[in-house]
Design a protein around this ligand. Structure first.
Ligand code: NAD
Ligand code: TYD
Length: 350
């Protein structure tokens, strides 16, 4: 029986990965290590938390001794590392927590894997989950390839770029068996409502302004979160040692056209007159260092591993809206006092 450590499994993407692995692989022991920061929520995993092949451990990857002890206790065969500080706006107001968790936390895990596995790497894998934001910003044309040079602009993307480099360095220097994926923007159930899509759904539902940075012309490539989880499963099992794979949705939207599409869906779902929700759109001061466009070329993972996104955006958005409307209690629970304070501060002067 293999034991796999998944970090950040109580967060947005991590919870979908944990669920997929626990359900699909009863022969694996899945250990979910999560510090339960504001972004981590065990409610995301209520449906699987009593399964015999699942264990939750609350802990901080910044604590190297704790991480070492965890490796001693569970003798992990593999690591799927998703724990991170993940929100660009928070990285602008508080870069240090990103440096700690995304860089130091990742190196703690690398060191523990190296100590635990010694030189015996057979059947072992350290899988680091990263973002397309490490590549910087595109103009109106072109794509990010696995060979594109790194050019991060926000403290978030710079901290993820740094962790990617360190993971590769442990492969090149110590032969640690690693694999890395860089994925585009995810959307879907369980995403914390500080990110664009759940924030807009939350505000439209509550008749609050939908804040659009700048003119809403920035472009993101959106992927449904369950398609990302399927890609992670494939890469964990079939990806080549030392390789990087880009994962993307082939689904580019300007922020304003995405929000208009979302408003249409919300009007229908909430029984509002057509055009009602879009009256909430409010253009606010742009994000500092705002990357214009992200777009992934995912030919490599498609050709080598046969992965492709399964959902069209319209279908994915509808599923997402349905989930949030059905889980109003989830949204209320995560929108705690602390989040309300963050929101007031973040949008006060925009
Ligand atoms: P998230 O913020 O929703 O979840 C992060 C999780 O990590 C939370 O459960 C949190 O409690 C946990 N965590 C944070 N600091 C920790 C620490 N010090 N020790 C242990 N656990 C800690 O993030 P997400 O959107 O699910 O992203 C997961 C990963 O995927 C990140 O590495 C992110 O960089 C990457 N990624 C995200 C996207 C996206 O669109 N959301 C796209 C590409 C890549
Ligand atoms: P976000 O969901 O924060 O993801 P990322 O910055 O990692 O791409 O933002 C997606 C896009 O939406 C990005 O161009 C910034 C923009 N945005 C807004 O216009 N308003 C908002 O309130 C937020 C949170 C984001």
């Amino acid at each position: 029986m293999k034991t796999i450590l998944i970090t950040g499994g109580a967060g947005f993407i991590g919870s979908h990965v944990v669920r997929l692995f626990v359900n699909k692989y009863p022969e694996y022991n899945i250990v979910n290590l999560d510090a339960l920061t504001y972004a981590g929520n065990l409610e995301n995993l209520k449906d699987i938390d009593t399964k015999p092949n699942y264990t939750f451990v609350k802990g901080d990857i910044n604590d190297g001794i704790f991480v070492n002890n965890l490796f001693d206790k569970y003798q992990f065969d593999g690591v799927i590392h998703l724990a991170a500080e993940s929100h660009v706006d928070r990285s602008i107001s508080d870069p240090m927590s990103f440096i700690m968790t995304n860089i130091v936390g990742t190196v703690n895990l690398l060191n523990s894997a190296r100590n635990a596995w010694k030189e015996n790497f057979e059947g072992r894998r350290f899988y680091h989950i990263s973002t397309d934001e490490v590549y910087g910003s595109l103009g109106k044309t072109g794509f990010f390839y696995e060979t594109t040079s790194y050019d991060p602009h926000s403290p978030y993307s710079a901290s993820k770029a740094s962790s990617d480099h360190l993971v590769r360095a442990y492969h090149d220097t110590y032969k640690l068996p690693i694999v890395i994926t860089n994925c585009s923007n995810n959307y879907g159930p369980n995403q914390f409502p500080e990110k664009l899509i759940p924030l807009a759904i939350h505000n439209i539902t509550n008749n609050k302004p939908i804040p659009i940075y700048g003119k809403g012309e920035n472009i993101r490539d959106w992927l449904y979160v369950e398609d990302h989880a399927i890609a992670i499963d494939l890469v964990y099992h079939k990806g080549k040692d030392g390789e990087t794979y880009n994962i993307g949705g082939h689904n580019e939207w300007t922020n304003i056209s995405l929000i208009l599409q979302l408003c249409k869906t919300m009007d229908i779902k909430l029984g509002r007159a057509p055009g009602e929700s879009e009256k909430l759109i409010t253009f606010v001061t742009d994000r500092a260092g705002h990357d214009l466009r992200y777009a992934i070329d995912s030919t490599k993972i498609q050709n080598e591993l046969g992965w492709a996104p399964s959902l069209q955006f319209e279908e994915g958005i509808e599923k997402t809206v349905d989930w949030y409307l059905k889980h109003a209690d989830w949204l209320e629970n995560v929108s705690s006092g602390a989040y309300e304070k963050y929101y007031e501060k973040q949008y006060a002067n925009r």
